[in-house]
Design a protein around this ligand. Sequence first.
Ligand code: FAD
Length: 428
Amino acid sequence: MHLASESITPRSIAIVGAGQAGLLLGCALLDKGYAVTMVTNRSAEDIWNGKVMSSQFIFDPALQIERDLGLDQWEKDCPYTEGIGFSIPAPDGSGTQALHWHARLHAPGQSVDQRVKMPGWMAEFVRRGGDLRFEDVGVAELETLTAAHELVLLAGGKGDIVNLLGRDDSRSPVRQPMRQLALTYVTGMKRHDYYECVNFNLIPGVGEYFVFPALTTHGASSTQACDIMVFEGVPGGPMDCWGDARSPEQHLETSLNILKTFAPWEYERSRDCQLTDANGTLAGRITPMVRNAVLTLPSGRKVFGMGDAVLVNDPITGQGSNNATKGAKHYYDAILARGAGAFDEAWMRQTFDALYNGYAEKVVRWTNSLLFPPPDYIVKLLATAQHAPALASRIANGFNDPRDYADYWFDAADAERLMQREMEAVAA
Ligand SMILES: Cc1cc2nc3c(=O)[nH]c(=O)nc-3n(C[C@H](O)[C@H](O)[C@H](O)COP(=O)(O)OP(=O)(O)OC[C@H]3O[C@@H](n4cnc5c(N)ncnc54)[C@H](O)[C@@H]3O)c2cc1C
């Protein structure tokens, strides 16, 4: 493998957007001797003092990438989440769980508030010798960057600029937001009597509620443990109600009212919660989309998209930051493997297609499937898991690498075969 440091002058790479994807790739390339310029439109202070942006839960395989690249500086402070819990309320409105199981992840996951992580990684990027600049990048700035660098990556997340890439219609079957999203960052939640889980509550016709521990900001410079409530309301339904919440306090009140009505077991442990801070709330919608990986500028020069800029999923499966991490690692390997070769359009397309066909397509398919009412065989599968711990474990651990769902999630006969096998194992 050729390293940049073997050349006389290091290869120069520019990345637009200092988020999960851009900073991870930038820091990794600096360690291999590349000259990396990062251009982003928000300062570390703005991010730390701004609103929460995500629930950013990261499963172990992506955490391991961060560890391998020396980007795990919050691991010892951030609570570990060791499993996945799953509940469906009883349809009779009794406020009980018709279905509940929990299963351990093979290794725990973590969520470090991006308000903590991105400022920390920006400092790390500069410490490793990166050139960090603040600018709102548009077409003119992309032209300047592509004229001066051998490769320009667009990792602008949900910034308007990523729309220049254009939707890849063939890979984007969902064309509108399927959930009204809301986040509520809280302290004071009571622990339940099993290990820490991402507790996923599926409320038919209403939406989903999931909740897990995390590490967030505390004042100007320290951190604290918290819990993140994530609401995914079906548009027009009773969980699509955030427009009336005019203040952070009303947002918390709305959150608790939803729990009281639809998931009273969650309400019981949340009733005394407080917001972490006045910026610990968010409401919005996302249109899931796969974009074209390559942007051709008016000059003809090319820009290569990465992270959410090319793969934006509904957060229902908590895969966005995981995808961004795995995608950044994939691009990193491809850049190193390219040696002194040109980062031309063919290389860009080949690099993205390998990521998409080898991994991301399965994540997109599974995530999109959860945005629609589940077919009967999926309900049966989830119910069977309550009596078959190995099945519960398999479903839970699919979050680590959703390619596993391809074996049984999308076809009733495949799911039946798996259920039968697992129930036979239980009976044996
Ligand atoms: C409500 C919600 C909950 C989520 N929960 C999870 C979860 O639990 N687990 C999970 O894995 N994922 C989750 N995600 C998704 C996850 O947050 C994203 O997938 C991830 O942050 C994408 O990383 P990125 O680097 O591509 O973009 P980002 O992290 O968004 O970074 C983009 C960067 O580009 C900068 N930028 C934008 N425009 C410009 C411009 N014109 N010029 C310069 N800079 C620019 C931005 O300031 C930012 O720094 C969630 C998302 C939402 C909305």
